[in-house]
Design a protein around this ligand. Structure first.
Ligand SMILES: [Zn+2]
Length: 365
């Protein structure tokens, strides 16, 4: 088993592979088929990964434009309402009506964006999944390694279920907006945005992020904070946990903007089927080596923990968020949690997530 690090950085370049076997216990004949099989699996995995990357990029450019218009509509109507609020007697009512109109238009456009994400998400998930299923089946039988096949199965299930969950939830948001159940919907405060930007840099379109505190209408089935697309429902998170939870939920926004609605299917699957899904250290113990290999909840929890427990090295005081002061993450920080040093893992994870997002339309605002 070999691993190529930073393959994305080599995109567009020609790479030569020298195929050499260092484990020959199966003998030359069986060993040949084993190598051939894992080669087929890995080629299928690479092709599927390229399909996903292209579909996700198209998806994100289109929905980013729609969501940015949605946000602009919300802001415009709130601004108009604010301008009219000074009118005697009816000013307050006008302001409320305009806030409502902006919320409904924004909710409708968000639903349109989620439909685009859903359709492309199904296409990308099914195409990538079928490539992995076919290549993984052939390669997996030869090499007796079913991982690519299982990954393909997850692509199809995650892509389709995430798309359906995404549309249903955005429909819920629109119903909420129509009945005034997301009244407290607001942009990030400047302090929140500064903190989240320090962590995720330009990899999230913060302009489009909305936070709903407290009551959340049709989403009030439990008290757990959660995220639908760009909207974070904080429910009744206590002040002491607020920013840490916000960092976690914002990672789900990153997942939505980066990999489309399938993160909803993946996250739901992780919560339902992975014991202790938030425990990323257990996932590392079980063999995961990269942030990309963690389930969606564990991914989000890495950033919450690095925010809470990462710090500048002593004697500097421990300040939450100081781990992320520099880009790339500096040499003067440490992140110890659960009795072990996670500094290098968190540094690599942060570099991966921050990436280069300057191609996204909303980042030009
Ligand atoms: Zn979560």
């Amino acid at each position: 088993m070999y691993e190529l690090r930073d393959l994305a950085a080599l995109q567009g370049q020609r790479i030569h592979f020298l195929w050499q076997r260092d484990e020959d216990s199966d003998g030359p004949v069986l060993g040949f088929f084993r190598d051939l099989g894992s080669g087929v699996s890995q080629a299928a995995d690479a092709v599927a990964g390229a399909v996903e990357a292209v579909v996700n990029a198209v998806e994100e450019v289109v929905t980013d434009v729609i969501e940015t218009v949605a946000t602009a509509a919300r802001s415009l109507f709130d601004w108009l309402g604010g301008a009219l609020s000074g009118i005697p007697l009816i000013g307050g009512a006008l302001q409320a009506v305009f806030h409502w109109i902006g919320g409904v238009i924004g909710g409708f456009l968000d639903l349109v964006a989620s439909l685009v994400k859903a359709i492309l998400g199904i296409v990308g998930g099914v195409v990538a999944g079928v490539v992995r299923l076919v290549g993984g089946a052939i390669g997996g039988l030869l090499s007796w390694d079913g991982r690519t096949f299982v990954k393909g199965f997850n692509d199809v299930v995650g892509g389709v279920s995430g798309a359906l969950i995404g549309v249903v939830l955005k429909l819920g948001s629109l119903v909420n907006a129509v009945f005034g159940q997301e009244w407290s919907s607001r942009p990030l405060t400047p302090a929140e945005r500064d903190l989240l930007r320090r962590i995720y840099r330009g990899s999230i379109a913060f302009y489009n992020v909305r936070v709903v505190d407290g009551a959340s209408g049709v989403f009030s089935v439990n008290d757990d904070p959660f995220t639908v697309g760009n909207t974070i429902y904080m429910k009744s998170t206590p002040p002491a946990d607020y920013l840490g939870i916000l960092v976690h939920e914002c990672c789900h926004v990153w997942q939505y903007q980066n990999m489309g609605s399938r993160y909803l299917g993946d996250a739901a699957g992780a919560q339902a089927f992975v014991p202790d899904a938030y425990n990323w250290q257990a996932a590392l113990d079980a063999g995961a080596r990269r942030w990309q290999d963690l389930n969606r909840e564990a991914q989000a929890e890495v950033f919450r923990d690095a925010y809470r427990f990462g710090r500048k090295r002593p004697p500097a005081p421990a300040v939450p968020g100081d781990f992320f002061l520099d880009d790339p993450v500096g040499d003067d920080v440490s992140f110890v949690a659960g009795g072990r040093d996670n500094t290098d893992f968190a540094r690599a994870s942060t570099a991966w997530v921050r990436g280069d997002w300057s191609w996204r339309p909303s980042s030009w605002l």
